[in-house]
Design a binder for this molecule. Structure first.
Ligand code: GTP
Ligand code: MG
Length: 194
């Protein structure tokens, strides 16, 4: 198990981290399970705050994973907040992915039960524009049986145009796929031994 600690929460993308390290961001629609996955990744129950109510994370929450920082970004696509705030969060995500120099890769979460939304497809464009390595984490796998899960994963990957070897099927609830996810994330950060 690796030690992961909370560093801070930032409302804009020009925050400075000491020491400087590569950053890996966690992206996904509101309520997809970003904070839960970070907790599972860290083997901690309440490192990142989770909630039944979508739109819980509205800042860039930074976690120190030793050789890299993990950045929990606000969820997109949440309808029940004011338009101004929603635009602000979208801008934050876009600016972070487009401009953050220390960003080396993205973990993009997609719910096993949902077809990718228009907002999800905008993320593909954003990642493409920067040619950023991306790992898809299918979330909440425990909600479906094995066969259905496989079908849904294939459909989701086809919709976003990414290959199976860039995808890990996970459940923060049962711990499924979390070791694979950890290995893939460390490989991203250029540390294959972890
Ligand atoms: P925002 O911060 O609002 O963008 O949400 P988030 O993406 O961080 O989601 P969060 O981790 O807060 O989880 C949202 C809800 O989904 C919570 O009720 C979680 O308990 C639930 N959830 C997260 N991961 C899983 C999972 O693997 N399985 C199941 N069954 N539920 C999950
Ligand atoms: Mg969250």
């Amino acid at each position: 198990m690796i030690a992961v600690s909370f560093v801070g929460s930032y409302p804009t993308v020009d925050f400075r981290l000491e020491p400087a390290r590569p950053e890996i961001c966690v992206l996904g629609r509101s309520n997809v399970g970003k904070s839960s996955l970070i907790n599972a990744f860290a083997g901690r129950k309440a490192l990142a705050r989770t909630s039944r109510t979508p739109g819980k994370t509205r800042l860039c929450n930074v976690f120190d994973a030793g050789v890299f920082y993990l950045v929990d970004l606000p969820g997109y696509g949440y309808a029940r907040i004011g338009r101004e705030e929603r635009r602000g969060l979208q801008r934050l995500i876009r600016d972070y992915v487009a401009e953050r120099e220390t960003l080396v890769g993205a973990v993009w979460l997609l719910d096993v039960r949902r077809d990718p939304s228009a907002h999800d497809l905008e993320i593909v464009e954003l990642l493409d524009r920067r040619a950023l390595p991306v790992l898809v984490a299918i979330t909440k796998a425990d909600k479906l049986g094995r066969g259905r899960r496989k079908q849904r994963t294939e459909a989701i990957l086809a919709a976003v145009g990414l290959p199976e070897d860039q995808c890990v099927v996970t459940s923060a609830r049962t711990g499924e796929g979390i070791d694979d996810l950890r290995d893939s994330i460390f490989a991203f950060a250029g540390d294959g031994d972890a």
